[in-house]
Design a protein around this ligand. Structure first.
Ligand code: 5GP
Length: 116
C-alpha cells in the first residue's frame, strides 16, 4: 500500500505534532494515545514507513515486536497490572484509522471494560 507521508504518525515522527513520548530509539517511537481506552494506553510505532504489517521489512517487524515486548513489560510494571492487552488493527478493513502501523498496549483488559 502506498505510504502517505502526511499521516498523523508521520507528523509525530517528524516532530510536527507533539506527543507524550514513552520511549524512542533510532527505529522505534512509543507514545501515549491521545484518546486512551485505559490509563496508560500506549502506542508503539516503527520509524520505517509502513502502513500495515505486510509493508514492514522482516528486520523492522522483528525489532518492532521486540520493542512492543519491552514496552508492554514497562506498562505492566508501571501500572501494576496483572495482565496487558495488545492489539494491532491491520488495514482499513480491520478498523485501522491511522495508516502507519502501530501496536496498542493497554494495562488490563479492554474486553472487561467494554462488557460493563
Ligand atoms: P487505530 O484505530 O488506527 O488502530 O488507532 C489509532 C490510534 O491513534 C487511536 O487510538 C487514536 O486515539 C490515536 N491517535 C489518533 N491521532 C492521534 C494523535 O494525534 N496523537 C496521539 N498521541 N494519538 C493519536
Amino acid at each position: 500500500m502506498t505510504y502517505d507521508s502526511n499521516n498523523i504518525f508521520a507528523k509525530i515522527l517528524r516532530g510536527e505534532i507533539p506527543c507524550i513520548k514513552v520511549y524512542e530509539d533510532d527505529q522505534t517511537l512509543a507514545f501515549m494515545d491521545i484518546m486512551p481506552q485505559a490509563t496508560g494506553h500506549t502506542l508503539v510505532i516503527p520509524k520505517e514507513e509502513a502502513v500495515t504489517l505486510h509493508d514492514l521489512s522482516d528486520q523492522g517487524a522483528a525489532n518492532l515486536i521486540k520493542q512492543v515486548k519491552r514496552i508492554a513489560n514497562a506498562v505492566k510494571e508501571g501500572m501494576q497490572a496483572d495482565g496487558i492487552t495488545l492489539f494491532q488493527l491491520n488495514g482499513e478493513a480491520a478498523g485501522q484509522t491511522v495508516p502507519h502501523i502501530h501496536f496498542h498496549i493497554l494495562p488490563g483488559s479492554i474486553l472487561a471494560a467494554r462488557a460493563h
